[in-house]
Write a protein that binds this ligand. Structure first.
Ligand SMILES: [Zn+2]
Length: 488
């Protein structure tokens, strides 16, 4: 039986967060604005209007290129891509794919099969189209031009992906990077980040590519992986049975869990590209590129390495903490709070580890369960740092801390306040604890006997009884000492 190799290339459309649109001064797209309110004669394509390029959008495209190790072109130009569709008032889209602003680059990703280098072909900048809203009775459609002419980057990779997982991980990393750069919210569900894939199979060892199938309509990271997995299976089965594949475009149906043919190659458009006569070729200045390089924030991969080295976190914890810019910020603010509290200019690795644990298991777990973003977390970094300090000082036990944490998450209150209101302060009064221990020993003569007969687990049971009596508020270390003394 022939073994096949999967070959995937990806195209990403990324909506830029600029204040205004790509070629006019209208507000950039927001989903909340009423239809056709963010519009002007230019983005509605009135005759006689002239486009003026948004400099910020151009800079941000170059910034992403530099972040992905690409080269900013010495010169690039806008061009017209001609096609007719009701959401495109000019009947052409201004784009820059022939001579793009960024060429080359790569991103290293890590998947279950290890590290892979994904090369980038180019990144170009273009304007988005408007939106059509179809009536439910199918009799008419409405057009909303708020999104028309908003800035959109398109990133095209080389066909370097060999597994659907790689495509998904690349997309996740790309979102993380655009969010670190602050140039896009990169939200796939909301369409700020859109992905298309080209996928083909070839017998292992063969150089030429197989028949390429384009996959559209993948609206989440998970659906990228699922759609491509489905397609690998479909193509493998067809080829193994001696069937033929066609070059075509297929749409992913999330509910049915399969791709469906949308159009074949014969229906492909001829876009009659030609240079945009109203916008001169753009020559990026060296000073601008140097400034962008200097302003480049710390990127996820750099942050990840630093979290491992400086804070002594595990590779996994560092990876999760840096995957989202808000989460990384939350953690680093916590680090600063702890340093402030301890009057140190570094954070002990043990404290950093504790902060990472609380952030990742307790906080992130609750946020994800409730669908709340880190940015809107009811518990702030400072409050978490306070809670950790209260555990370290012995004011509360680790067990009580979880109860306090629950309350903090529900109410947003400070930990000190909750501890005071609910009387949760840890019992460290040796005399009071000795009395409780005596009572527990009196009530459990069998366990005392067992312990003296060498059954070590009886000791744990007795500790548990003391903790139960004190509603978890006894300092376990002191209880341990008292119990040992009394039993010896
Ligand atoms: Zn406008």
């Amino acid at each position: 039986m022939i073994k096949f190799e999967t070959v995937i290339g990806m195209e990403f459309h990324i909506q830029l967060n600029t204040k205004s649109k790509m070629f006019c001064r209208c507000d950039n797209y927001s989903a909340e604005a009423k239809p056709n309110t963010n519009t002007c004669p230019t983005c509605m394509g009135f005759p006689g209007t002239l486009p003026v390029a948004n400099e910020k959008a151009i800079e941000w495209t170059m910034l992403l290129g530099l972040a992905l190790n690409g080269k900013v072109a010495d010169s690039f130009n806008f061009e017209r891509k001609n096609y007719f569709y009701p959401d495109l008032p000019k009947a052409y889209q201004i784009t820059s794919s022939t001579n793009p602003p960024v060429v080359g680059g790569y991103l290293d990703i890590v998947t279950s099969k290890g590290e892979s280098k994904i090369r980038i072909n180019h990144i170009h900048l273009e304007e988005d189209a408007g939106k059509l809203v179809h009536a439910s009775n199918g009799n008419y459609s409405l057009v909303d031009l708020n999104r028309a002419s908003t800035p959109l980057m398109e990133l095209v990779t080389e066909a370097d992906f060999r597994t659907p997982e790689e495509a998904r991980v690349f997309a996740e990393n790309l979102r993380s990077i655009v969010r670190y750069l602050g140039i896009s919210s990169g939200n796939m569900e909301e369409g700020n980040l859109r992905a298309d894939a080209n996928i083909s199979l070839r017998p292992v060892g063969q150089k030429e590519f197989g028949k390429k199938v384009e996959i559209k309509n993948m609206n989440s990271f998970k659906s990228i992986e699922r759609a491509l997995e489905y397609e690998v299976k479909r193509q493998t089965e067809t080829l193994s049975e001696g069937g033929t594949l066609f070059q075509e475009t297929r749409g992913w149906d999330e509910n049915k869990g399969k791709t469906m043919s949308q159009r074949s190659k014969e229906e492909a458009h001829d876009y009659r590209y030609f240079p945009e006569p109203d916008l001169p070729p753009f020559k990026p200045k060296k000073e601008v590129i140097d400034r962008l390089k200097a302003e480049m924030p710390e990127l996820p991969s750099e942050k990840r390495e630093r979290f491992e080295g400086e804070y002594g976190l595990t590779a996994y914890d560092a990876m999760v903490l840096t995957s989202d810019v808000e989460l990384a910020r939350f953690f680093e603010q916590g680090v600063e709070e702890i340093m402030k509290k301890e009057s140190k200019d570094f954070i002990p690795k043990e404290s950093a580890k504790k902060l990472a644990n609380w952030t990742l298991t307790e906080l992130l777990g609750r946020l994800n369960a409730k669908g709340i973003s880190v940015k809107n977390s009811p518990i702030k970094s400072r409050q978490l740092a306070d809670l950790i300090a209260l555990i370290d000082e012995g004011t509360i036990s680790g067990k009580i801390a979880k109860t306090v944490f629950d309350e903090m998450f529900e109410t947003g209150k400070n930990p000190e306040e909750i501890i005071k209101d609910k009387g949760l302060v840890q019992i460290t009064d040796t005399k009071a604890l000795e009395e409780t221990v005596d009572a527990v020993l009196d009530n459990n003569p069998k366990s005392v006997e067992d312990f003296k007969a060498g059954k070590a687990q009886a000791f744990g049971f007795l500790i548990g009884q003391v903790m139960k009596e004190t509603k978890g508020q006894a300092n376990p270390k002191i209880v341990n000492e008292i119990l040992r003394k009394k039993l010896s």
